[in-house]
Write a protein that binds this ligand. Structure first.
Ligand code: PLP
Length: 361
């Protein structure tokens, strides 16, 4: 079986966890601080604030940049639901802009059409590890004085014109869930170069408190443990190598699959470093290909089968948008294994399996 995702945990991570366990200091402490410094250094931001998962990083980041009741936040409907839910958590309203056909990322022209007097921020997602069109998005944010939050939960190490994602927004968020390009088990990180945003984020993640038992604002317990951070420090050292392997695997898959009838390989923009959190194709006969993959023991994923605005939770809130590109993508997409555990022979096996499907095998 070739799984669709598989974390790679080495001796370094195991030793680092044991060191923390032996120290007797398990909750957020010096190891979290070290991980934050390393992560800020890696993304080229001044600050990083660790949290216990990507969703809490998003909630914290939105609050920290000032999103609140009555605000509208423009985002993509084609993402994991946490992106939009984090806006609802702040009592603000997600406003969905349709996606670009080629990249699956938010369409910048659509963003402009959705701006109103209530728009406070744009919440973008670098989906599957491919950065959004940051040139156009930064311009919109400047022209309309909007805050920018990057959901980089799938894009650790990705770059736009040589600059790391996570360094463009007023704040950005990462997830370290086990399927991601690097993991801490569960975990999240906010990056920012704004001192006030970093300060507010630190308060929010720890019950609104800078000094113990002194609570200045309403906060939460969103803290990362030193155990998770110890894994994160070691994983971060390996991230570039992990990404290199993902990129190589993606290149080989595209070379082998690009002329397959009824299948479109992922588009990669010239000015970006795409880190292939997912290798996602469009297929005409998805059910047929799924049957073939299942027969031959190849894992797959559908990211995502339903757009956020069509989820029951949003329908019940009265969302009735028509967003044709996102809706079509949900019918077409299929992710194939691309993670660093996928070897040369696996790639050939995946390609021959898909090719077999093409010829009707
Ligand atoms: C785009 C996106 N946003 C947010 C999240 C939420 O991260 P977590 O699962 O760590 O809460 C994920 C992860 O699944 C994601 O892929």
């Amino acid at each position: 079986m070739i799984p669709i995702a598989s974390p790679i945990i080495g001796e370094e991570e195991k030793r680092a966890v044991i060191r923390v366990l032996d120290s007797g200091r398990l909750a957020q402490g010096e190891v979290v601080k070290e991980f934050e410094e390393d992560f800020a250094g890696y993304t080229g931001t001044r600050y990083a604030v660790a949290t216990n998962n990507g969703t809490t990083a998003l909630h914290t980041a939105l609050l920290a940049v000032g999103v609140g009741e009555g605000d509208e936040v423009i985002t993509t409907p084609f993402t994991f639901i946490a992106t939009a839910n984090s806006i609802l958590y702040c009592s603000a309203r997600p406003v969905f802009a349709d996606i670009d056909f080629e990249t699956f990322n938010i369409d910048t022209e659509e963003i402009k059409e959705k701006i109103t007097k209530k728009t406070k921020a744009i919440h973008i997602v670098h989906l599957y590890g491919q950065p959004c069109d940051m040139g156009a998005i930064m311009e919109i944010c400047e022209d309309y004085r909007l805050k920018l939050i990057e959901d980089a939960c799938q894009a650790h190490g990705a770059e736009y014109r040589g600059r790391k994602v996570g360094s463009f927004g007023d704040a950005a968020c990462f997830s370290f869930y086990p399927t991601k390009n690097m993991t801490t088990g569960e975990g999240g990180m906010i990056t920012t170069s704004n001192r006030e945003v970093a300060k507010r984020a630190r308060f929010l993640r720890s019950h609104g408190s800078g000094v113990r038992y002194n609570h200045e604002i309403l906060g939460y317990n969103y803290r990362m443990t030193d155990i998770a951070a110890a894994i994160g420090i070691e994983q971060l050292k390996k991230l570039d190598a992990f990404n290199k392997k993902r990129i190589e695997n993606a290149r080989k898959l595209t070379a082998g699959l690009k002329d397959t009838g009824g299948l479109v390989t992922p588009c990669q923009l010239k000015e970006v470093k795409h880190v292939y959190h997912q290798y996602t194709v469009r297929v005409d006969d998805r059910e047929g290909l799924i049957r073939r993959l299942e027969e031959r023991g190849i894992g797959y994923g559908i990211h995502y089968p339903k757009p956020v605005h069509r989820q029951a939770v949003y329908q019940n809130l009265g969302y009735s948008d028509s967003l044709p590109e996102a809706e079509k993508a949900c019918e077409d997409v299929l992710s194939l294994p691309v993670h660093p555990g996928v070897g040369e022979e696996d790639i050939e096996y995946i390609i021959s399996t898909v090719k077999g499907w093409e010829i009707g095998g």
